[in-house]
Design a binder for this molecule. Structure first.
Ligand code: PNS
Length: 170
């Protein structure tokens, strides 16, 4: 049984994240999406409870995927979750150095933990939570960039101009 963890701030969850969750969930027996709770970082958009609720709503119905929050070191949470694979999304070479450093440090702290990278789908490779927050903050449409649960919270925060949820296909 291979259990993996996909950690992140997810502030907010966007379509690039959802793509990684879907694809990673097919590779492992179980995937936990772990939302980091960093009380020192308060320059984001949504609280830990809001970010977790968005992820939970989005992964509902995906088999063998659950959602958790963690505080402190990721390797500590890995132990708690009985998982030894960290999943990360790589968008571009610019992500690589930062991710390489974290992968080496995490492995240095726990030899049993491996980091595996999923290449973000090309269509979302330009996307980041920072840009989603910025665009929505200026009141522009982000409906093609985020899942419905995120869009709903962004509309509550910034107003209806950030986008209308596409009608569900029958
Ligand atoms: O979505 P993000 O902000 O790029 O995610 C970064 C995250 C949460 C994966 C990273 O900051 C993390 O692992 N934080 C937990 C603290 C930790 O373990 N730090 C040491 C990493 S070597």
């Amino acid at each position: 049984m291979v259990r993996a963890v996909y950690p992140g701030s997810f502030d907010p969850l966007h379509n690039g994240h959802v793509d990684v969750i879907r694809r990673a969930s097919r590779l492992f027996d179980h995937l936990t999406v772990a939302v980091v709770n960093n009380p020192l970082k308060n320059d984001g958009c949504f609280s830990i409870d809001e970010r977790t609720a968005i992820v939970r709503e989005t992964v509902a119905g995906m088999p063998d995927v659950d959602v958790a929050t963690f505080q402190g070191l990721l390797v500590g949470f890995m132990q708690e979750a009985s998982a030894n694979v960290i999943v990360k999304g790589l968008r571009a070479i610019s992500d690589y150095e930062y991710e390489l450093q974290m992968a080496h440090l995490n492995r240095q702290m726990n030899r049993d933990v491996e980091t595996l990278f999923v290449m973000t789908a090309a269509r979302w490779s330009y996307l980041s939570s920072t840009r989603v927050r910025e665009i929505a903050g200026f009141g522009a449409d982000v409906s093609k960039l985020v899942p419905p649960a995120t869009l709903r919270r962004l509309r509550q925060r910034f107003g209806p101009q950030v986008g209308v949820e596409p009608a569900a296909t029958p």
